[in-house]
Design a protein around this ligand. Sequence first.
Ligand SMILES: Cc1cc2nc3c(=O)[nH]c(=O)nc-3n(C[C@H](O)[C@H](O)[C@H](O)COP(=O)(O)O)c2cc1C
Length: 186
Amino acid sequence: MTRTEIKTPRFAWALTGSGHFFKESLDIMTRLPNLDVFLSQAAEEVLSMYKQQLNLPEGTRIFKDRTASAAPVGNFYYGVYHTLIVAPATSNTVAKCVYGISDNLATNVFAQAGKCRVPAIVFACDTAPELDTEAPKGMVKVYPRRIDLENTAKLKTFDDTVVVESLAELEQAVDERLICLKSLSS
Ligand SMILES: Cc1cc2nc3c(=O)[nH]c(=O)nc-3n(C[C@H](O)[C@H](O)[C@H](O)COP(=O)(O)O)c2cc1C
């Protein structure tokens, strides 16, 4: 299979184990056509803790983190994806992405997107010194550390990577990407 044989390239969406804007990210995900979802192991656990289900459009494929080699990322080499979205991204995932670590499905998807020049949108969670976030039992306050804020800033310097810090920014980035894809296909 070569890049030119892919008739309908897809969105790749990596879901990580962040409670911050987890449900809201799922809502945006359900609006996207031609979607593959990649779950980190923590994302699978958080899904059940927040009692969420993935009600995704027909044809959506879900890849779980079951292999050491992140086997499902192979599709990036063949032009299957036009866009990667990592949302929400834990501080753990952001840190690994910044330092080039790819040791699970979510971080491998980010690394392979970069190596295959697939544009990425990352919704970083720890973006302010003080945040209100939704825990399974309700809202709580968290205080991201300096290292978390620094890592988010470093990720913004990556090529082909848009880092968003709010739900509104995520929606806007996804909408802009959809418009861009439409103009490329017409
Ligand atoms: C209910 C729950 C909510 C969590 N929310 C966050 C969060 O908002 N931000 C964050 O960085 N980590 C959060 N975590 C911790 C991550 O799940 C944990 O760091 C995990 O190792 C991340 O793995 P991943 O980055 O591979 O998905 C949460 C954990 C639980 C159990």
